[in-house]
Design a protein around this ligand. Structure first.
Ligand code: ADP
Ligand code: MG
Length: 568
C-alpha cells in the first residue's frame, strides 16, 4: 500500500489545463458551476446505485451539496455526499485518463482567444476549471460503501503533476478545497458566492447549502441572555428539478441557465420546448436547440442523446434512443413515469414505448423548428447555417416526417442568385410559372459552378427558377425526397427536358432543329462512340454549344464523384 505518490498529468490534460487557465480568466466564476455540477452528478450516481443496493447510503439518504467559504484562510470548499471515488478513480478521472474527445477538441483550436474560449465552453471545462481561481486544490474523497480507511487525498498546484495519498474519511463523498489566487479572493466572500450559486445552480435538484449569515453582535451594553445559536446550513438554490415545475412559473432566464447546465454551452439556446405528456404514456420532456454546432458534430462518437430520468431519478446521460440521428444536435431531458428504474441501454433499444416516445419527440423538435422558421428574423438562418446539413439526412432516416422536414429545408436558387441557403420549397412553389409541373435543380461542386451551369441557360431565358445545390448530401437528398407538394423534383442535367414549346410553331422549330442537326449528330455519335449513350439536338442551350446530360436512371454526377473518391 503506497502512502503518498506523485504522478504526472496526462499530456492532453496538461495542455487543456494550461489553455483553460489562460483563456477563461475573464469568466472566472464558472468554476463553481462546474464543481457543483460534478457534485450533483455524484449524488445522482449514488441515488441510482442505491436503488440496487441500499446499504450504499450508510443510513444517510439526505442528499446535499455544501459550500463553505473562509475569508481568513482564503479558501472555498465544495462538499457533496455523493458516490465518492476510490484511489484508482481519483487517479484516472482527475489526472491521467483523457476525457473522450480531448484530442479532437485540441485539434479544433484555432489560436484565436475568443473563438477558443467558446470552444472550451462547448467541450465542458469540468474539474480543471478549479485552477482558473486556485493555485492549489485539495480533493478529499471516499467511495460510498467503503471503509473510512479507503479515504484519499489528491492535491495539485495545477502545473504538471499531482500527489495522492491515503487519508481516512468518515463520511462518504467528496470535498474539494480551493486555495484562491490573489486575483480571485472574491470567491471567499459569502455574498459573492451566494449570487453565483443562484445564477448557475438554482435549477439543480439537490439543495446547495451555505451557512446562514452570522447574526450581527448585539449592540454594546445590551446583555444577551443566551449564547448566539450555532449558525445552520440553509439551501441557497431553489432545488427542484426545473422540468417538473409548471411552465408558467419558469422564467426564460431559468430555462437558459438550465440549458447551460446540461449542455456546458456558454451561449443561450436558440429555442426550447417544454412538455408534459399524460395519458397512455406519461413523461415530461424539455428540449433545446443550441445556437452553435459542437466541434464534433460530424464525429461518429460525438456525445448525443438526452439525459434520461425515471420518476425524477437520474438514470443516464446520452440516452440515444429518444431521437433519430438527424436530430443529434438537440439537447435536453426526458423524464419518464413508465419506464422501470432499472432500465438499461439494451432495454431501451427493445422497448416499444421508447419507439413511441421517439416519434413524438421527433415531431416536437420539427414543430419547434417550424415555429422558429415562422418567427422570422435571424434565428432560423442561424439554425440552418449550423445544422442544415444534418437535417438534410432526415428524409432518408425518417420517412414518416419527410414532408415536415422538406418544409424546413433551405436552398440557394436562381431567384436570388446568392450563395445563402435561405429559400424554402414552399416559396419556390409559390413562384412557379403557370403550367410548370416540376421543381428544377442543378447539382454542382460549388456555388459558382452551379450558377454558371450551361444547363441553366434555357431556364434563365424562360424565367424558370432552379435550385442551386452544392452540398455533398444534396444529390442523395433529392433522390430521397422525389417530390414536394405533389411536384416531382427534376435534375436539369438528367434525361430529356419537357420544356419544349407545344405550340405549332414550337413543334415546327424542333423539327427544323432536328433536321438541321442530323449530319452533326451522326458525326458526333461516331467520334464519341461508347463514351456516350446518345447524342441529341436540344433546345436547352442558348449560349453554350453542347452539354453532358445524365440519363434519368443513371447515377447523379455528385454521387459518381463520391463513389469515385471512395475508390469505386
Ligand atoms: P465530466 O463531469 O464532464 O465527466 P469533469 O472534468 O467535470 O468532467 O470531471 C471528471 C470526472 O471526475 C467525473 O466524470 C467524475 O468521474 C469525477 N468527479 C469529479 N468530481 C467528482 C465528485 N464531486 N464526486 C465524484 N466524482 C467526481
Ligand atoms: Mg463535470
Amino acid at each position: 500500500d503506497i502512502k503518498k505518490e506523485t504522478l504526472g498529468f496526462q499530456t492532453e490534460a496538461k495542455q487543456l489545463l494550461h489553455l483553460m487557465i489562460n483563456s477563461l480568466y475573464s469568466n472566472k466564476e464558472i468554476f463553481l458551476r462546474e464543481l457543483i455540477s460534478n457534485a450533483s452528478d455524484a449524488i445522482d450516481k449514488l441515488r441510482f446505485a442505491s436503488l440496487a443496493d441500499e446499504s450504499l447510503l450508510e443510513g444517510q439518504g439526505d442528499f446535499a451539496i455544501r459550500v463553505d467559504v473562509d475569508k481568513d484562510a482564503n479558501t472555498i470548499t465544495i462538499t457533496d455526499n455523493g458516490i465518492g471515488m476510490t484511489r484508482e478513480e481519483v487517479i484516472d478521472h482527475l489526472g491521467t485518463i483523457a476525457k473522450s474527445g480531448t484530442a479532437a477538441f485540441l485539434e479544433n483550436l484555432t489560436g484565436d482567444q475568443k473563438k477558443d474560449s467558446q470552444l472550451i465552453g462547448q467541450f465542458g471545462v469540468g474539474f480543471y476549471s478549479a485552477f482558473i481561481v486556485a493555485d492549489r486544490v485539495e480533493v478529499h474523497t471516499r467511495k460510498a460503501g467503503h471503509d473510512a480507511d479507503a479515504g484519499v487525498l489528491w492535491e495539485s498546484h495545477g502545473e504538471s503533476e499531482f500527489s495522492i495519498e491515503s487519508l481516512p474519511r468518515d463520511t462518504r463523498g467528496t470535498s474539494i478545497t480551493l486555495h484562491l489566487k490573489p486575483t480571485a479572493t472574491e470567491f471567499a466572500d459569502d455574498w459573492r458566492v451566494r449570487s453565483v450559486i443562484k445564477k448557475y445552480s438554482d435549477h439543480i435538484a439537490v439543495p446547495v447549502e451555505m451557512l446562514q449569515p452570522a447574526t450581527p453582535p448585539a449592540p454594546e451594553g445590551e446583555e444577551t441572555a443566551e449564547e448566539a445559536p450555532e449558525p445552520q446550513y440553509e439551501a441557497v438554490n431553489e432545488a427542484t428539478a426545473l422540468w417538473t415545475r409548471p411552465r408558467a412559473e419558469i422564467t426564460d432566464d431559468e430555462y437558459k441557465a438550465f440549458y447551460r447546465h446540461i449542455s456546458h454551452d456558454y451561449d443561450d439556446p436558440l429555442t426550447w420546448s417544454h412538455n408534459k405528456v399524460e395519458g397512455k404514456q406519461e413523461y415530461t420532456s424539455l428540449l433545446y436547440i443550441p445556437k452553435r454546432a459542437p466541434f464534433d458534430l460530424w464525429n461518429r462518437e460525438m456525445a448525443r442523446g438526452l439525459k434520461l430520468y425515471v420518476q425524477r431519478t437520474f438514470i443516464m446521460d446520452e440516452a440515444e434512443q429518444f431521437l433519430p440521428l438527424y436530430l443529434r444536435f438537440v439537447k435536453g431531458v426526458v423524464d419518464s413515469n413508465d419506464l422501470p428504474l432499472n432500465v438499461s441501454r439494451e432495454i431501451l433499444q427493445r422497448d416499444s414505448s421508447v419507439d413511441a416516445m421517439r416519434s413524438a419527440l421527433s415531431k416536437r423538435v420539427l414543430d419547434m423548428l417550424s415555429k422558429l422558421a415562422k418567427k422570422g428574423g435571424e434565428d432560423y438562418a442561424t439554425f440552418w447555417k449550423e445544422f442544415g446539413q444534418v437535417l438534410k439526412e432526415g428524409p432518408a432516416e425518417d420517412m414518416a416526417n419527410k414532408e415536415k422536414i422538406a418544409k424546413l429545408l433551405r436552398f440557394a436558387t436562381t431567384h436570388t442568385d446568392q450563395a445563402d441557403q435561405d429559400q424554402s420549397l414552399d416559396e419556390y412553389v409559390a413562384r412557379m410559372q403557370e403550367g410548370q409541373e416540376k421543381i428544377y435543380y442543378v447539382v454542382a461542386e460549388n456555388f459558382n459552378t452551379a450558377r454558371k451551369s450551361p444547363h441553366l441557360e434555357v431556364f434563365r431565358k424562360k424565367g424558370i427558377e432552379v435550385l442551386l445545390l452544392t452540398d455533398r448530401v444534396d444529390d442523395w437528398l433529392m433522390n430521397q425526397l422525389q417530390e414536394f407538394d405533389g411536384k416531382p423534383l427534376q435534375d436539369v442535367a438528367r434525361g430529356a427536358l419537357d420544356l419544349q414549346d407545344d405550340s405549332e410553331e414550337g413543334k415546327a422549330e424542333q423539327e427544323k432543329l432536328e433536321k438541321e442537326s442530323e449530319s452533326l449528330v451522326e458525326r458526333l455519335t461516331k467520334v464519341l462512340g461508347d463514351s456516350v449513350s446518345e447524342v441529341r439536338p436540344s433546345a436547352r442551350l442558348t449560349e453554350s454549344p453542347a452539354c453532358l446530360v445524365v440519363g434519368d436512371y443513371d447515377m447523379g454526377a455528385q454521387m459518381r464523384r463520391i463513389l469515385e473518391a471512395a475508390g469505386q
